[in-house]
Design a protein around this ligand. Sequence first.
Ligand code: SUG
Length: 446
Amino acid sequence: MKTYEVNFDGIVGPTHNYAGLSLGNIASFNNAKIASNPKEAALQGLEKMKALHDMGFKQGMIAPMERPDVTTLRRLGFSGSDEDVIQQTAKNAPQLLVAVSSASSMWTANACTTSASSDTADKRVHFTAANLSNKFHRSIEWQTTAQILKAIFSNENYFAHHQALPMGDHFGDEGAANFTRLCDGYGSKGLEFFVYGKQAFNLNQPAPTRFPARQTLEASEAIARLHQLDLSHTVFAQQNPQVIDSGVFHNDVIAVGNQHVLFYHELAFLNSDEVLAEIQSKYPGEKALEFIRVSSESVPLGDAISSYLFNSQLLSVNENEMLLICPGECAENPQVSKYLDSLIQQPNCIKKVEFYDVKQSMRNGGGPACLRQRVVLTEEELGQTNPRCIMDESMYKTLRQWVNKHYRDKLTAEQLADPQLLDESRRALDELTQLLDLGNVYPFQH
Ligand code: SUG
Protein backbone atom coordinates (compact mmCIF):
# COMPACT_ATOMS: atom_id res chain seq x y z
CA MET A 1 0.00 0.00 0.00
CA LYS A 2 1.22 3.51 -0.76
CA THR A 3 2.63 5.19 2.32
CA TYR A 4 3.38 8.89 2.74
CA GLU A 5 5.34 11.06 5.05
CA VAL A 6 2.90 13.85 5.81
CA ASN A 7 4.31 17.05 7.28
CA PHE A 8 1.95 18.66 9.77
CA ASP A 9 3.06 22.25 10.20
CA GLY A 10 2.05 24.40 13.12
CA ILE A 11 -0.14 27.36 12.22
CA VAL A 12 1.53 30.33 13.92
CA GLY A 13 -0.75 31.74 16.61
CA PRO A 14 -2.00 35.36 16.82
CA THR A 15 0.26 36.19 19.81
CA HIS A 16 3.59 35.32 18.16
CA ASN A 17 6.18 37.46 19.95
CA TYR A 18 9.82 37.62 21.00
CA ALA A 19 10.27 37.21 24.74
CA GLY A 20 13.67 35.60 25.27
CA LEU A 21 12.10 32.67 27.07
CA SER A 22 14.41 29.85 26.01
CA LEU A 23 17.73 29.67 27.80
CA GLY A 24 20.09 27.71 25.57
CA ASN A 25 18.36 28.88 22.39
CA ILE A 26 20.62 31.65 21.12
CA ALA A 27 18.15 33.24 18.67
CA SER A 28 15.44 33.44 21.34
CA PHE A 29 17.82 35.27 23.67
CA ASN A 30 19.29 37.56 21.02
CA ASN A 31 15.92 38.75 19.75
CA ALA A 32 14.19 39.17 23.10
CA LYS A 33 11.92 42.20 23.20
CA ILE A 34 12.02 43.17 19.53
CA ALA A 35 8.57 43.73 18.00
CA SER A 36 7.13 40.74 16.16
CA ASN A 37 4.77 40.56 13.20
CA PRO A 38 2.30 37.71 13.86
CA LYS A 39 0.56 38.18 10.52
CA GLU A 40 3.79 37.88 8.57
CA ALA A 41 4.84 34.88 10.68
CA ALA A 42 1.60 33.01 9.96
CA LEU A 43 1.73 33.87 6.26
CA GLN A 44 5.37 32.74 5.99
CA GLY A 45 4.32 29.42 7.49
CA LEU A 46 1.41 29.08 5.09
CA GLU A 47 3.64 29.85 2.09
CA LYS A 48 5.99 27.02 3.02
CA MET A 49 3.07 24.61 3.46
CA LYS A 50 1.57 25.65 0.13
CA ALA A 51 4.92 25.30 -1.66
CA LEU A 52 5.30 21.72 -0.43
CA HIS A 53 1.72 20.95 -1.37
CA ASP A 54 2.33 22.35 -4.86
CA MET A 55 5.38 20.10 -5.22
CA GLY A 56 3.13 17.10 -4.65
CA PHE A 57 3.91 16.42 -0.98
CA LYS A 58 1.11 15.68 1.45
CA GLN A 59 0.87 18.60 3.84
CA GLY A 60 -1.16 18.97 6.99
CA MET A 61 -1.59 21.60 9.67
CA ILE A 62 -1.93 21.74 13.44
CA ALA A 63 -3.88 24.55 15.11
CA PRO A 64 -2.23 26.90 17.64
CA MET A 65 -3.01 27.27 21.37
CA GLU A 66 -5.29 29.63 23.23
CA ARG A 67 -3.04 32.47 24.39
CA PRO A 68 -2.66 34.25 26.75
CA ASP A 69 -3.35 31.09 28.74
CA VAL A 70 -5.81 32.42 31.30
CA THR A 71 -6.47 28.92 32.66
CA THR A 72 -2.84 28.61 33.77
CA LEU A 73 -2.91 32.11 35.30
CA ARG A 74 -5.96 31.09 37.34
CA ARG A 75 -4.14 27.96 38.52
CA LEU A 76 -1.42 30.32 39.71
CA GLY A 77 -3.80 32.33 41.85
CA PHE A 78 -5.03 35.18 39.67
CA SER A 79 -8.78 35.66 39.75
CA GLY A 80 -11.73 37.76 38.62
CA SER A 81 -12.85 38.21 35.04
CA ASP A 82 -10.47 37.16 32.27
CA GLU A 83 -9.64 40.82 31.80
CA ASP A 84 -8.84 41.19 35.54
CA VAL A 85 -6.62 38.12 35.41
CA ILE A 86 -4.59 39.59 32.57
CA GLN A 87 -4.38 43.06 34.10
CA GLN A 88 -3.25 41.71 37.49
CA THR A 89 -0.65 39.51 35.89
CA ALA A 90 0.64 42.37 33.75
CA LYS A 91 0.99 44.50 36.87
CA ASN A 92 2.36 41.96 39.35
CA ALA A 93 4.13 39.34 37.25
CA PRO A 94 4.82 40.71 33.77
CA GLN A 95 7.28 37.92 32.95
CA LEU A 96 4.54 35.40 33.61
CA LEU A 97 2.15 37.14 31.23
CA VAL A 98 4.82 37.02 28.55
CA ALA A 99 5.38 33.31 29.13
CA VAL A 100 1.69 32.35 28.98
CA SER A 101 1.32 34.38 25.79
CA SER A 102 3.98 32.60 23.75
CA ALA A 103 2.91 31.16 20.41
CA SER A 104 5.60 28.49 20.83
CA SER A 105 3.30 25.61 19.85
CA MET A 106 4.01 26.63 16.23
CA TRP A 107 7.13 24.43 16.42
CA THR A 108 5.24 21.20 16.01
CA ALA A 109 8.42 19.12 15.79
CA ASN A 110 8.15 19.47 19.58
CA ALA A 111 4.42 18.75 19.76
CA CYS A 112 4.84 15.01 20.09
CA THR A 113 6.78 11.94 19.03
CA THR A 114 5.03 9.92 16.34
CA SER A 115 5.73 6.31 15.42
CA ALA A 116 4.77 4.76 12.09
CA SER A 117 2.42 1.76 12.15
CA SER A 118 4.98 -0.42 10.39
CA ASP A 119 7.25 -0.01 13.44
CA THR A 120 4.79 -0.56 16.30
CA ALA A 121 3.77 -3.96 17.69
CA ASP A 122 0.03 -3.27 17.46
CA LYS A 123 0.39 -1.75 13.96
CA ARG A 124 -1.22 1.51 14.97
CA VAL A 125 0.30 4.96 14.59
CA HIS A 126 1.36 6.11 18.07
CA PHE A 127 1.51 9.67 19.40
CA THR A 128 2.87 10.94 22.71
CA ALA A 129 2.42 14.66 23.31
CA ALA A 130 5.71 16.08 24.57
CA ASN A 131 5.72 17.43 28.13
CA LEU A 132 8.31 20.11 27.21
CA SER A 133 8.98 20.32 30.92
CA ASN A 134 12.28 22.19 30.66
CA LYS A 135 10.63 25.47 29.70
CA PHE A 136 7.63 26.78 31.59
CA HIS A 137 6.10 28.50 28.57
CA ARG A 138 6.21 25.21 26.65
CA SER A 139 5.20 22.93 29.52
CA ILE A 140 1.67 24.35 29.25
CA GLU A 141 1.20 23.17 25.66
CA TRP A 142 0.73 19.44 25.92
CA GLN A 143 -2.88 19.16 27.06
CA THR A 144 -4.28 21.16 24.17
CA THR A 145 -1.78 19.55 21.80
CA ALA A 146 -3.06 16.12 22.82
CA GLN A 147 -6.67 17.25 22.24
CA ILE A 148 -5.84 18.60 18.80
CA LEU A 149 -3.98 15.42 17.84
CA LYS A 150 -7.01 13.37 18.88
CA ALA A 151 -9.24 15.63 16.78
CA ILE A 152 -7.03 15.01 13.74
CA PHE A 153 -6.36 11.31 14.30
CA SER A 154 -9.52 10.16 16.05
CA ASN A 155 -10.05 6.54 15.02
CA GLU A 156 -8.60 4.37 17.80
CA ASN A 157 -8.39 1.36 15.51
CA TYR A 158 -5.66 3.20 13.64
CA PHE A 159 -4.25 5.73 16.08
CA ALA A 160 -3.02 5.36 19.68
CA HIS A 161 -2.62 8.46 21.87
CA HIS A 162 -0.55 8.52 25.05
CA GLN A 163 -0.50 11.09 27.81
CA ALA A 164 2.60 13.24 28.07
CA LEU A 165 5.31 11.75 30.30
CA PRO A 166 5.38 12.85 33.96
CA MET A 167 6.48 16.48 34.35
CA GLY A 168 9.88 17.30 35.77
CA ASP A 169 13.47 17.18 34.70
CA HIS A 170 13.86 13.38 34.82
CA PHE A 171 11.42 12.78 31.99
CA GLY A 172 12.01 15.96 30.01
CA ASP A 173 10.68 15.18 26.54
CA GLU A 174 10.87 17.50 23.53
CA GLY A 175 9.14 15.24 21.02
CA ALA A 176 10.26 14.52 17.50
CA ALA A 177 12.96 17.23 17.54
CA ASN A 178 15.13 14.49 19.04
CA PHE A 179 13.84 11.59 17.02
CA THR A 180 14.61 10.38 13.50
CA ARG A 181 13.25 7.41 11.62
CA LEU A 182 15.48 5.84 8.98
CA CYS A 183 13.95 3.42 6.47
CA ASP A 184 14.17 2.14 2.89
CA GLY A 185 10.72 3.49 2.03
CA TYR A 186 8.09 5.09 4.30
CA GLY A 187 6.06 1.88 4.36
CA SER A 188 9.03 -0.37 5.27
CA LYS A 189 10.14 -1.20 8.76
CA GLY A 190 12.23 1.62 10.13
CA LEU A 191 15.10 2.23 12.50
CA GLU A 192 14.20 4.43 15.46
CA PHE A 193 16.93 6.90 16.29
CA PHE A 194 16.45 8.74 19.59
CA VAL A 195 18.94 11.39 20.66
CA TYR A 196 19.04 12.57 24.28
CA GLY A 197 20.94 15.32 26.06
CA LYS A 198 21.62 13.61 29.37
CA GLN A 199 20.82 10.66 31.61
CA ALA A 200 18.67 11.91 34.47
CA PHE A 201 19.15 9.04 36.90
CA ASN A 202 22.87 8.64 36.31
CA LEU A 203 24.74 11.78 37.19
CA ASN A 204 28.15 10.26 36.45
CA GLN A 205 27.53 10.45 32.73
CA PRO A 206 28.61 13.43 30.60
CA ALA A 207 26.11 16.30 30.45
CA PRO A 208 26.13 19.93 29.30
CA THR A 209 27.17 22.44 31.95
CA ARG A 210 26.16 25.82 30.52
CA PHE A 211 22.77 25.16 28.96
CA PRO A 212 20.09 22.61 29.90
CA ALA A 213 19.70 19.19 28.31
CA ARG A 214 16.02 19.27 27.41
CA GLN A 215 15.63 15.57 26.50
CA THR A 216 16.62 12.74 28.82
CA LEU A 217 17.49 9.15 27.94
CA GLU A 218 14.82 8.02 30.37
CA ALA A 219 12.16 9.97 28.46
CA SER A 220 13.24 8.52 25.12
CA GLU A 221 13.19 5.00 26.55
CA ALA A 222 9.68 5.55 27.92
CA ILE A 223 8.45 6.68 24.49
CA ALA A 224 9.96 3.58 22.88
CA ARG A 225 8.12 1.39 25.42
CA LEU A 226 4.79 3.20 25.07
CA HIS A 227 4.96 3.05 21.29
CA GLN A 228 5.81 -0.67 21.38
CA LEU A 229 8.91 -0.21 19.26
CA ASP A 230 11.24 -3.09 18.49
CA LEU A 231 14.41 -2.47 20.50
CA SER A 232 16.46 -4.51 18.06
CA HIS A 233 15.87 -1.66 15.60
CA THR A 234 16.14 1.19 18.09
CA VAL A 235 19.20 3.31 18.89
CA PHE A 236 19.53 5.74 21.80
CA ALA A 237 22.44 8.10 21.27
CA GLN A 238 23.73 10.96 23.33
CA GLN A 239 24.00 14.42 21.87
CA ASN A 240 27.45 15.93 22.26
CA PRO A 241 27.21 18.07 25.44
CA GLN A 242 29.61 20.55 23.88
CA VAL A 243 27.13 21.38 21.10
CA ILE A 244 24.27 21.82 23.58
CA ASP A 245 26.48 24.28 25.45
CA SER A 246 27.08 26.09 22.15
CA GLY A 247 23.34 26.55 21.49
CA VAL A 248 22.17 23.28 19.91
CA PHE A 249 19.17 22.83 22.21
CA HIS A 250 17.57 20.05 20.12
CA ASN A 251 19.15 17.42 17.90
CA ASP A 252 17.25 18.76 14.89
CA VAL A 253 19.47 21.85 15.01
CA ILE A 254 22.49 19.69 14.14
CA ALA A 255 21.21 16.66 12.19
CA VAL A 256 18.34 15.66 9.91
CA GLY A 257 17.46 12.28 8.44
CA ASN A 258 15.09 11.02 5.80
CA GLN A 259 14.59 7.46 4.58
CA HIS A 260 18.11 5.96 4.31
CA VAL A 261 19.97 9.28 4.58
CA LEU A 262 21.39 10.92 7.71
CA PHE A 263 22.78 14.42 7.18
CA TYR A 264 24.68 15.55 10.29
CA HIS A 265 27.46 17.73 11.61
CA GLU A 266 30.53 15.86 12.76
CA LEU A 267 30.14 17.30 16.29
CA ALA A 268 26.49 16.26 16.66
CA PHE A 269 26.87 13.05 18.67
CA LEU A 270 28.97 11.81 21.53
CA ASN A 271 30.99 8.77 20.39
CA SER A 272 29.90 9.35 16.82
CA ASP A 273 31.63 6.29 15.31
CA GLU A 274 29.92 3.91 17.75
CA VAL A 275 26.55 5.57 17.17
CA LEU A 276 26.82 5.22 13.39
CA ALA A 277 28.01 1.60 13.71
CA GLU A 278 25.00 0.78 15.90
CA ILE A 279 22.63 2.41 13.41
CA GLN A 280 24.27 0.40 10.64
CA SER A 281 23.98 -2.88 12.49
CA LYS A 282 20.37 -2.37 13.63
CA TYR A 283 19.06 -0.99 10.35
CA PRO A 284 16.21 -3.25 9.17
CA GLY A 285 16.30 -2.13 5.53
CA GLU A 286 18.25 -3.34 2.54
CA LYS A 287 19.41 -0.07 1.08
CA ALA A 288 22.91 1.14 1.85
CA LEU A 289 22.65 3.88 4.47
CA GLU A 290 24.04 7.24 3.38
CA PHE A 291 25.76 9.10 6.18
CA ILE A 292 26.45 12.62 4.98
CA ARG A 293 28.91 14.03 7.48
CA VAL A 294 29.60 17.75 7.48
CA SER A 295 32.97 18.70 8.93
CA SER A 296 33.70 21.76 11.06
CA GLU A 297 36.12 22.79 8.36
CA SER A 298 33.31 22.95 5.76
CA VAL A 299 30.76 24.46 8.16
CA PRO A 300 31.98 25.69 11.55
CA LEU A 301 29.58 24.90 14.39
CA GLY A 302 28.74 28.61 14.87
CA ASP A 303 27.64 28.92 11.24
CA ALA A 304 25.61 25.72 11.46
CA ILE A 305 23.76 27.20 14.45
CA SER A 306 23.27 30.73 13.14
CA SER A 307 22.15 29.57 9.67
CA TYR A 308 20.15 26.56 10.92
CA LEU A 309 21.54 24.48 8.06
CA PHE A 310 20.50 21.21 9.72
CA ASN A 311 17.05 22.45 10.66
CA SER A 312 16.12 21.88 7.06
CA GLN A 313 13.49 19.53 5.72
CA LEU A 314 14.95 16.64 3.79
CA LEU A 315 12.28 15.37 1.39
CA SER A 316 12.18 12.49 -1.06
CA VAL A 317 11.37 13.72 -4.55
CA ASN A 318 11.56 10.21 -6.02
CA GLU A 319 13.34 6.89 -5.35
CA ASN A 320 16.81 8.37 -5.78
CA GLU A 321 16.55 12.10 -5.24
CA MET A 322 16.04 14.27 -2.21
CA LEU A 323 15.39 17.96 -1.80
CA LEU A 324 16.65 20.06 1.11
CA ILE A 325 14.33 22.88 2.21
CA CYS A 326 16.58 25.35 4.04
CA PRO A 327 15.87 28.59 5.85
CA GLY A 328 16.78 31.73 3.87
CA GLU A 329 19.59 32.37 6.39
CA CYS A 330 21.58 29.53 4.76
CA ALA A 331 21.69 31.44 1.47
CA GLU A 332 22.88 34.56 3.29
CA ASN A 333 25.76 32.80 5.05
CA PRO A 334 28.68 32.62 2.53
CA GLN A 335 30.30 29.53 4.10
CA VAL A 336 27.02 27.60 4.30
CA SER A 337 25.93 28.65 0.84
CA LYS A 338 29.29 27.52 -0.58
CA TYR A 339 28.93 24.21 1.23
CA LEU A 340 25.40 23.69 -0.17
CA ASP A 341 26.67 24.36 -3.70
CA SER A 342 29.23 21.60 -3.20
CA LEU A 343 26.76 19.22 -1.49
CA ILE A 344 24.56 18.85 -4.54
CA GLN A 345 27.60 18.05 -6.71
CA GLN A 346 28.68 15.20 -4.44
CA PRO A 347 27.59 11.61 -5.08
CA ASN A 348 24.70 11.49 -2.61
CA CYS A 349 20.90 11.63 -2.72
CA ILE A 350 20.55 15.36 -2.06
CA LYS A 351 20.18 16.83 -5.53
CA LYS A 352 18.41 20.10 -4.91
CA VAL A 353 18.33 22.86 -2.30
CA GLU A 354 15.59 25.46 -1.91
CA PHE A 355 15.41 28.37 0.50
CA TYR A 356 12.31 29.60 2.34
CA ASP A 357 11.79 32.77 4.28
CA VAL A 358 10.64 31.82 7.78
CA LYS A 359 12.46 34.71 9.47
CA GLN A 360 9.69 35.47 11.95
CA SER A 361 10.06 31.95 13.32
CA MET A 362 13.85 31.86 12.96
CA ARG A 363 14.20 34.85 15.29
CA ASN A 364 12.88 32.58 18.03
CA GLY A 365 15.12 29.68 17.03
CA GLY A 366 12.65 27.79 14.83
CA GLY A 367 13.57 26.81 11.27
CA PRO A 368 11.65 24.85 8.60
CA ALA A 369 12.14 21.51 10.39
CA CYS A 370 10.96 22.86 13.76
CA LEU A 371 7.74 23.97 12.15
CA ARG A 372 6.67 20.49 11.14
CA GLN A 373 5.73 17.16 12.69
CA ARG A 374 6.31 14.21 10.40
CA VAL A 375 3.57 11.61 10.41
CA VAL A 376 4.04 8.50 8.29
CA LEU A 377 0.62 7.35 7.07
CA THR A 378 -0.53 4.59 4.77
CA GLU A 379 -3.18 5.49 2.21
CA GLU A 380 -5.74 3.84 4.53
CA GLU A 381 -4.55 5.78 7.60
CA LEU A 382 -4.58 8.99 5.60
CA GLY A 383 -8.19 8.18 4.73
CA GLN A 384 -8.91 8.07 8.50
CA THR A 385 -7.25 11.45 9.11
CA ASN A 386 -9.36 14.60 9.52
CA PRO A 387 -9.48 15.79 5.89
CA ARG A 388 -9.91 19.44 6.88
CA CYS A 389 -6.42 19.36 8.40
CA ILE A 390 -4.81 18.44 5.08
CA MET A 391 -3.73 21.35 2.88
CA ASP A 392 -5.25 21.98 -0.52
CA GLU A 393 -5.61 25.01 -2.75
CA SER A 394 -8.90 26.10 -1.28
CA MET A 395 -7.83 25.62 2.35
CA TYR A 396 -4.70 27.65 1.64
CA LYS A 397 -6.82 30.55 0.37
CA THR A 398 -9.22 30.23 3.30
CA LEU A 399 -6.40 30.25 5.85
CA ARG A 400 -4.73 33.24 4.21
CA GLN A 401 -7.97 35.18 4.46
CA TRP A 402 -8.40 34.03 8.04
CA VAL A 403 -4.91 35.28 8.97
CA ASN A 404 -5.40 38.58 7.16
CA LYS A 405 -8.70 39.10 8.93
CA HIS A 406 -7.62 38.30 12.49
CA TYR A 407 -3.88 38.87 12.94
CA ARG A 408 -2.00 41.99 13.96
CA ASP A 409 1.06 43.06 12.04
CA LYS A 410 2.93 44.29 15.09
CA LEU A 411 3.12 42.99 18.63
CA THR A 412 5.34 44.09 21.52
CA ALA A 413 5.64 42.68 25.05
CA GLU A 414 3.64 45.64 26.46
CA GLN A 415 0.75 44.96 24.08
CA LEU A 416 0.30 41.45 25.49
CA ALA A 417 -1.60 43.08 28.37
CA ASP A 418 -4.21 44.47 25.98
CA PRO A 419 -7.40 42.56 26.88
CA GLN A 420 -8.54 42.94 23.29
CA LEU A 421 -5.73 40.65 22.21
CA LEU A 422 -7.32 37.78 24.14
CA ASP A 423 -10.70 38.45 22.50
CA GLU A 424 -9.15 38.72 19.05
CA SER A 425 -7.21 35.53 19.57
CA ARG A 426 -10.26 33.61 20.82
CA ARG A 427 -12.40 34.83 17.94
CA ALA A 428 -9.73 33.70 15.49
CA LEU A 429 -9.33 30.28 17.11
CA ASP A 430 -13.06 29.70 17.38
CA GLU A 431 -13.35 30.28 13.65
CA LEU A 432 -10.30 28.09 12.99
CA THR A 433 -11.73 25.12 14.89
CA GLN A 434 -14.72 25.31 12.57
CA LEU A 435 -12.58 25.62 9.44
CA LEU A 436 -10.47 22.63 10.49
CA ASP A 437 -13.41 20.70 11.91
CA LEU A 438 -11.68 20.18 15.25
CA GLY A 439 -14.62 20.44 17.62
CA ASN A 440 -14.06 22.22 20.94
CA VAL A 441 -10.39 21.86 21.79
CA TYR A 442 -9.76 25.09 23.72
CA PRO A 443 -10.59 25.85 27.36
CA PHE A 444 -12.62 28.95 26.35
CA GLN A 445 -14.87 26.71 24.24
CA HIS A 446 -15.95 24.58 27.20
O1 SUG B 1 11.51 25.67 22.40
N1 SUG B 1 11.66 28.84 20.98
C1 SUG B 1 11.49 27.42 20.79
C2 SUG B 1 12.10 26.96 19.48
C3 SUG B 1 11.79 25.53 19.20
C4 SUG B 1 12.51 25.01 18.00
N2 SUG B 1 12.17 23.67 17.76
C5 SUG B 1 12.99 22.71 17.30
N3 SUG B 1 14.27 22.86 17.25
N4 SUG B 1 12.44 21.60 16.96
C6 SUG B 1 12.12 26.65 21.96
O2 SUG B 1 13.22 27.02 22.40
C7 SUG B 1 11.31 30.98 22.05
C8 SUG B 1 10.15 31.78 22.56
C9 SUG B 1 10.54 33.16 22.98
O3 SUG B 1 11.67 33.37 23.43
O4 SUG B 1 9.71 34.10 22.86
C10 SUG B 1 11.01 29.50 21.92
O5 SUG B 1 10.20 28.97 22.66
